[in-house]
Each structure stands twice: as structure tokens, then as C-alpha cells.
Design a protein around this ligand. Structure first.
Ligand code: GDP
Ligand code: ZN
Length: 372
């Protein structure tokens, strides 16, 4: 990486993910006298921003949009007013590269953004429990959906005698994704994870008990407390944060852990799903019918792959299940889709009612009271 274009003051931001591209995008703001900073924590309409002079508290009221998807979020790069006391003012946000959104159909704007500008989504899976590939695929789909590159980390390797087959199974469920076996107890694999995360911003995903906190601590070492202590000492009216949702890692890279990110299920992840199941999508292109449902259609490439064993039943079933769930979750959280479904149910009910009434011989537009 080259920092040749970086101004002297913005070098301090590099551990927080600043690079030449951010610098270039920020130029117009710099020209109007604003300073860049990364949002490390948000709390209602205030946020903590790491700038070249340390963490400052800033008011986000000026950049409060009507669209909730554009509300300031941990991970955002902000243009902050260098003048004024505590709090400062956020004047603008740089366009996001990626974002994690909960409970929405991604094309519409009713979601809650949980973290932004992520490069890696680390999916932690415990080897101590039975490997649930369906769950892994679910996390993979939402990782892809965010725009971040997934990394699968199989944790607690010290608890299983042989990880060969588990690793192979996880790799088969995660095409195009690196899978690393780690143990916080022995230190195995931690260097690999640290190296991958060294280039960018990451979030940890996974079930409760998967080993996320333990991995976080192993990656952070004791540095986080030290950083906190130095900041306490520098004073000068600067806001000292006790909790932060974004911390730089000692080996490079940034870890983002917002409360909303913990315990996520499946959000709307339609396009993510197509990447998790890339080989099925690929096969489907060779089906005779474009809208093939791969159930019983002639010349179906997916069914042919099942037949010759190149595709497993488990994988196809998992794909179908996630597609179904995804439609349901999207409908649950998306007003418009929900309204559409309700209309559809009403029409169906009306059609059923009509048929029922015809059968009873009550035609001619004449209604026979309520049917329940
Ligand atoms: P989280 O809920 O995903 O944050 O999971 P935790 O990090 O709290 O870990 C859950 C449990 O697994 C804790 O009791 C940890 O001590 C244990 N654990 C985590 N990593 C390892 C590991 O590498 N080896 C072993 N033996 N236990 C681990
Ligand atoms: Zn087909």
C-alpha cells in the first residue's frame, strides 16, 4: 500500500482504514476546511469520531436524512467541523463502500444499518458443536449481501482430534471463501486471521458461543486498554470514550462490533444467496426453461447434477430453504411486499369465496351473506 497522496495529518487515520481513495473523495471537504474522521460509536444524534487529533464528540443533526439508511453509523467516514467546542458538528458523510443492513429488502430504504465500510465479514463457527452447514450458508449469504468478503473461521480446534473432514465440509459449503481453523487456546490459525484482517475493516458474525469474544480478545491482545489509557491522559476537553464499537487491531486492520451486529439471523439477502450457491445458479443457466424450478422440469441441469452426484441433496435443500425463508423475512419486514402479499391473500380468499358460492348455486352477482 502506498500513502504517497496522504496529507501529513491524515496519516494518523491510516490505522482506522484511511487510504488514498478516501483521501481523494475527501478533497472537496478538505478544501472547505473540514477534517476527516471515522465514526467509532453512535448514540442517538451524537457520535464519537476518531480524527487526527483523537476522538471527538460530534453532533449529527446536520446530516440527519429522512432516509434511515443514511443515518450516521459506526464505520462511516465523516467530514467534521474543526472549529467549535464539544460537541463538534458532522457536516457530511463520504459515500459508503459497503454496509450491513438488518431487516429489509435491500432495494428499499426501511432497513437499519448496523455497520459500514467493511471489507471482511468473519463468520465464526465452533468446531465443538456439530457443524451446521445450513447455518453457515445463512451467515455467508448475509456476509455477501453486505458487500464485504466473507472469511470462515472454525474455532476451538483444540477440542477436536482431527479437523480434516470438518474443514473440507465447510469449504464445500463456502465456495470462493477462505476457511481457517483456529484455536484461541493453542494460538493455531490466529496469525492467518490477523493477516487477512490486516488489510481493512472487519466484523465478526456467528452464533452465541461460537467464540467471537474470545477471538476478539486474542486479536486485540491488551492493546485496547492501553490505547484507552493514553487517551484518558491527553485531556484538552477531548471526549474520552469508555466504549467504542470500532477499534484498530495491533496487527493492522479494524474490528467493528456494534450491539446490533451480535446475534443476527438471516436478513434479506437475496443477492447474497446467489453467491453462496453460485454453483447452483451456474447450473440453472443450463436448464432448458429460464424459470425452471428444478423440481420436475425436463432437461433441468440442476436435477441432472443431483443425478450424477456433482450436487448434493443437502445443498439443494439448503438453497431452497433459505430462498423460502428469505421471502418470508423480507415480507415480514417490508411494508410494500407485505401489502402485496395481503392483497394476494385477499384475492385468493375472494376467488375461493366465489367458487364456494357458485357451488352452492348462488350465481348472478347475488351474495349469500358472509363466508368464514
Ligand atoms: P461468543 O458468544 O461467540 O462471543 O463466544 P465466546 O468467545 O464467549 O466463547 C464461548 C465459549 O467457548 C467460552 O467458554 C470460551 O472460553 C470458549 N472458547 C472460545 N474459544 C475457544 C478455543 O479456542 N478453545 C476452547 N477450548 N474454548 C474456546
Ligand atoms: Zn432446472
Amino acid at each position: 500500500m502506498s500513502f504517497s497522496f496522504l496529507s501529513a495529518s491524515s496519516h494518523a487515520l491510516v490505522p482506522y482504514g484511511w487510504d488514498d481513495v478516501w483521501e481523494a473523495e475527501f478533497r472537496p471537504y478538505a478544501e472547505s476546511g473540514l477534517v476527516p474522521g471515522r465514526v467509532v460509536r453512535v448514540d442517538r444524534n451524537m457520535c464519537d469520531v476518531f480524527t487526527a487529533e483523537g476522538v471527538v464528540r460530534a453532533d449529527t443533526a446536520l446530516v440527519m436524512p429522512s432516509d434511515p439508511m443514511r443515518i450516521v453509523c459506526t464505520g462511516d467516514w465523516a467530514a467534521v467541523d474543526p472549529e467549535g467546542g464539544d460537541p463538534r458538528l458532522v457536516r457530511a458523510l463520504l459515500p459508503r463502500r459497503t454496509q450491513f443492513v438488518r431487516s429489509t429488502s435491500s432495494k428499499r430504504s426501511e432497513g437499519q444499518v448496523l455497520a459500514t465500510n467493511l471489507d471482511h465479514a468473519v463468520i465464526c463457527v465452533s468446531l465443538a458443536a456439530e457443524l451446521d452447514l445450513g447455518r453457515l450458508e445463512r451467515f455467508l449469504s448475509l456476509a455477501w449481501e453486505s458487500g464485504a468478503q466473507p472469511l470462515v473461521v472454525l474455532t476451538k480446534a483444540d477440542l477436536v482430534p482431527d479437523t480434516t473432514y470438518l474443514l473440507a465440509d465447510a469449504e464445500a459449503a463456502a465456495p470462493g471463501v477462505q476457511v481457517v481453523v483456529v484455536s484461541a487456546a493453542t494460538g493455531e490459525g490466529l496469525d492467518v486471521v490477523a493477516a487477512v484482517l490486516g488489510g481493512g475493516s472487519a466484523v465478526l458474525l456467528g452464533q452465541s458461543g461460537a467464540g467471537k469474544s474470545t477471538l476478539t480478545n486474542a486479536l486485540l491482545g491488551s492493546d485496547v486498554q492501553e490505547v484507552q489509557a493514553t487517551r484518558d491522559a491527553d485531556g484538552k476537553g477531548r471526549h474520552t470514550t469508555t466504549t467504542r464499537d470500532l477499534v484498530p487491531l495491533p496487527g493492522g486492520g479494524v474490528l467493528i462490533d456494534t450491539p446490533g451486529l451480535r446475534g443476527v439471523g438471516l436478513w434479506d439477502a437475496q443477492s447474497g444467496l446467489t453467491q453462496v450457491f453460485a454453483e447452483i445458479e451456474q447450473l440453472a443457466q443450463d436448464c432448458r426453461f429460464q424459470d425452471c424450478s428444478h423440481q420436475s422440469e425436463p432437461e433441468c441441469a440442476v436435477l441432472a447434477a443431483l443425478e450424477d452426484g456433482t450436487l448434493t441433496h443437502r445443498r439443494l435443500e439448503s438453497y431452497r430453504k433459505l430462498l423460502r425463508e428469505n421471502v418470508w423475512i423480507a415480507s415480514r419486514t417490508d411494508q410494500r411486499l407485505r401489502a402485496e402479499l395481503r392483497r394476494e391473500w385477499k384475492q385468493r380468499a375472494a376467488a375461493g369465496r366465489e367458487m364456494y358460492e357458485r357451488k352452492r348455486g348462488g350465481g348472478g352477482g347475488h351474495r349469500h351473506g358472509r363466508v368464514h
